[in-house]
Design a protein. Structure first.
Length: 230
């Protein structure tokens, strides 16, 4: 995946990055980006109606694109599946050149009015990883995989922001532990499904969940998923 380096939004973003560590993803940063890039204010406001917030989202998407590019050029054939997921998260963090830019973004998306945008961005990262790894789930697992990875990614980012170890070795160890926790949950789920007694107790919930489907490629509505009639 590539981005158009000559697009007005990209020019604004590149101009904004030098101001974000000092002024955050703020109106002051957006104004400075307009001045530095030479983009007409009317054009800037039309492509970024919410100013620096839209640039922060574009910055996150740019990081996802860099992660996907690195995944595409990396041979993961010899890795276990859990190792591939961990590698993808690591690639995503290593695509970041300035921690302070991410720290400022975390502060922005922690605000109630932008929390939804932050959650959507993180979900998008998790979805990009699973899709790149060839996930074919079409049931409730489509949601649980992305929700779980969103949690792993979010906690790892927070740990990484405070990590001062050489080459972020402590962060990668933390990431491995979180992935191991997820694998233990998957093993527990398998044990429940293989237990005659527990499987009977879960018959009702499992029946309900069996009717939850992943979003269609061409959604028929604005709903995130769909319900199939028995």
């Amino acid at each position: 995946m590539t981005t158009d380096k000559t697009s007005p939004k990209d020019q604004l973003l590149q101009a904004a990055l030098m101001h974000v560590p000092f002024d955050g993803w703020s109106q002051a940063t957006f104004d400075a980006a307009i001045d530095d890039s030479g983009i007409e204010r009317a054009v800037a406001q039309s492509i970024c109606p919410r100013g620096a917030v839209d640039l922060a989202i574009a910055y996150h998407a740019q990081g996802d694109a860099a992660m996907l590019a690195r995944m595409a050029e990396t041979d993961m054939g010899a890795m276990k599946y859990s190792e591939r997921v961990a590698a993808a998260v690591r690639f995503r963090l290593e695509a970041i050149e300035d921690k302070e830019v991410v720290r400022r973004g975390s502060a922005l998306f922690a605000l109630p009015m932008y929390a939804g945008d932050g959650a959507k961005a993180i979900w998008g990262t998790a979805d990009a990883i699973w899709t790149a790894l060839g996930d074919t789930s079409e049931d409730v697992n489509w949601y649980t995989k992305r929700a779980t990875l969103s949690g792993v990614y979010s906690s790892t980012v927070l740990y990484w922001l405070g990590d001062t170890s050489e080459d972020h070795t402590e962060t990668w160890a933390f990431l491995d532990r979180r992935i191991e926790n997820v694998m233990q949950i998957e093993k527990l789920k398998a044990q429940v499904n293989n237990s005659p007694i527990l499987s009977k107790l879960m018959a009702g919930p499992n029946w309900l969940l069996s009717h939850v489907k992943a979003p269609q490629k061409v959604p028929a509505s604005n709903l995130p998923g769909r319900w199939t009639r028995p």
